[in-house]
Design a binder for this molecule. Structure first.
Ligand code: 13P
Length: 260
């Protein structure tokens, strides 16, 4: 089986502060070693100061493979789009990744799967690696429609970009009912869905299916991470609430490193 380096990505959502960035770097400096990749996705207004903080702690950053990511980008390249952020701007502030299609954006800001696919294209055009979020609602799960929903969300992107574009992408499975609820999917539920996603991609390209990293997101915390991250098709986590506590987040990165 291919070795996939785990990723632990922090999605601060509309929270966090400059201070949190400093605390995180202090905690990482105390962590002896880690093999996981760490991606911090703060609100865009903090990217500038975080980039600066990372450059001041270059040893820690290199040791723990810490990079920055955006939480969203415009599907347009530039122009009169008030309030939007272009991929080139994320690039300018050192982002390597960008979260695409988070369920909060799909449900609260009307992002259709088609727009999500356009954002995927734009991210890659700007040299960013998309972290494509997919996941079912509680109603869909209870109606046994989980795989149908996931297929729909995956197909919208696959139809537009083709399987080989996933050579430079990460997928995050985030069941909507587990986000911010404290009620994580069980490791068995997560593994089942991750295996389904991998198989789906494997059918189109064994190379991509084997290689792609699939993160789990939804109430990940230090107490449940080890059991999730050691499942064969779970390659790390996309973390909301627990990423706002520097000790917890660094602990999650340590756990992910040990799960490799
Ligand atoms: P929580 O970890 O707070 O459940 O959020 C998960 C999430 O939405 C990450 O993108």
């Amino acid at each position: 089986m291919a070795t996939r380096r785990p990723i632990v990505a922090a999605n601060w959502k509309m929270a966090g502060s400059r201070q949190l960035g400093a605390e995180l770097l202090e905690k990482f400096a105390l962590l002896s070693d880690s093999s996981a990749e760490v991606v911090i996705c703060p609100p865009a207004v903090y990217l500038d100061s975080l980039q600066q903080q990372l450059s001041e702690h270059s040893d820690t950053v290199a040791q723990h493979r810490i990079t920055l990511g955006g939480q969203n980008l415009s599907h347009q390249e530039f122009g009169a789009y008030t309030g939007e952020i272009a991929g080139s701007m994320l690039n300018e502030f050192g982002c390597r990744y960008v979260i695409i299609g988070h369920s909060e954006r799909r449900s609260m800001y009307g992002e259709s799967s088609d727009i999500v696919a356009d954002k995927f294209v734009m991210a890659q055009k700007m040299g960013l690696t998309p972290i494509l979020c997919v996941g079912e609602s509680l109603a869909a799960r209870e109606a046994n429609r989980t795989f149908e929903v996931l297929n729909g969300e995956l197909n919208a992107v696959l139809d537009k970009v083709g399987i080989m574009a996933f050579d430079n992408a990460v997928i995050a499975y985030e069941p909507i009912w587990a986000i911010g609820t404290g009620k994580s999917a069980t490791p068995e539920q997560a593994q089942e869905v991750h295996a389904f996603i991998r198989q789906r991609l494997m059918q189109l390209s064994p190379y991509i299916g084997e290689k792609i990293r699939i993160l789990y997101g939804g109430s990940v915390k230090p107490s449940n991470a080890a059991d999730l991250f050691t499942r064969p098709d779970v390659d790390g986590g996309l973390v909301g609430g627990a990423s706002l506590n520097a000790s917890d987040f660094v602990e999650l990165c340590r756990i992910a490193s040990e799960s490799e």
